[in-house]
Write a new protein. Sequence first.
Length: 528
Amino acid sequence: MSVRSGIVSLAIFGSRVAGLAREVVFAALFGAGAVADAYQVAFRVPNLLRDLFAEGALSSAFVPTFTAELKQAGVHRAHVVADLAATALVLVTGVITTLALVFTDAIVSAMARGFAGDAAKLKLAVSLTRTMLPILVLVSLAAVWMGMLNAQRRFVLPQLAPALFNVVSVVVGLALVVVGPPAERAILYWSVGTTVAAAAQAGVQLVALVRMGYRPRMRISGLLRDAAVRRIVSLMAPGVIGIAAVNLNIFVNTGFAAELGNGPVAQISYAFRLFFLPLGVFGVAIATITTTAVSEEAAKGDRAALAERTREGAAANWMLVSASATFLFVLADPIVRLCFRWGATSSADAAAIATVLRAYLLGLVPYALVKLYAPAFFAVDRARIPMVASLAGVAVNLGFNALTHRDLGAPGIALGTTLGAFANLLVLRLAFARAVAPLSVPGWTRRFAILALANLILGVAAWVAAWAATHAVHLGPWAVRGFDAMAVLGAILVGLPAYVALLARSGYPGADRLAALPARLRRRGSTR
């Protein structure tokens, strides 16, 4: 793991911790009942559209194109391409937002299956959705500006920008704690704060670009004729189809959860927040840097170097993400209690969230590897393969959940997501050598055995800590929180150094740099 990856990971960690704090405040205010379910469904509507037209498909298509223009035609031409892309997104997402405002009732009712006939819950979700739909336009612009920063190797600020979104939300939540309005009014204020937070997230990235010399403009002339824009559209089209399939998956899964009564929609959302913490800190950080690196190698036509960058990213992913999955899986109960057992969230809610989290964590490594492998296909203009992989994952996910959601409940829905991630990864991995470059890994059996042993040691240390915390549950809520905190801290202080030391001594790729990273960061900080 390089210093750059470490710094980006720290930036993402700060952002994800702020996001977790946002969820903690939300859970304390609204628990895991009807109001929380209504908000989660409402927030999911602009989120689905954002993934479809902004961050997901756009990032994979825009970064390679912007990078190529930057290297081959210069800064001015690259800025023109960015302006054209931003203009197109504003026009498209503006029309979609308008249509969604008109048909909000039908969209929310379809997603939540009418909340099994709960008219008040459905009405609240519709109102909250209309409040938050403008987020789509804001995050579309933010996605373009994030791609510009990443392509110019400015990785830290784009990963810190979501922290501002979360900080604004936390401030709104704390104000609601002080004022104490009724739950339905409070959730409306929270939704307004969410929209304001999205504007802040976009704005901070634009400020950084302006300081770098960029001056944003709406450009209509040449929009449909520009070669770079056509390339972005051609790359985005398969990506949009793939992401549309994933969003259909989320759409249907939300309906499955909504059929299960009050609580499952919120439980899944809270569990996914904890699941996404290591995915963002390590998986997204490594994928972000790897995406820029493979885009540069693709622009030079060096497929061998592209494959090597991908191998390095995959080794780092296995090392960091597998440890995160082991740690969170074993310590799910104390971690969930620390994060969510506050205010309106009960002990039963916390236990249910922990069970859902474990089902998600089984798919953490494949989920992270999908984010790593997919951009390589976009970099070499083979975007259809990630689309097929996404469709395969969705088919597995939906098929499993359609058959099992009533019997397995919310944990089964999360398990379906895990199985879908495995299917997605399998397609990408099998197609990589044919479509991109050979990706053989010398000595992979020894590497996997070392990794398994290191995770076993980490898991045992975490289990001992979790056992101690579990046997303190009769001591009262504050004593339990103290034991939970000590269990998590103890597992970190004992298990993680042993994990890193074993990998470093066994010669696992990048483990020596990971072991030396804290000292290198301290020296770098002292130098600055």
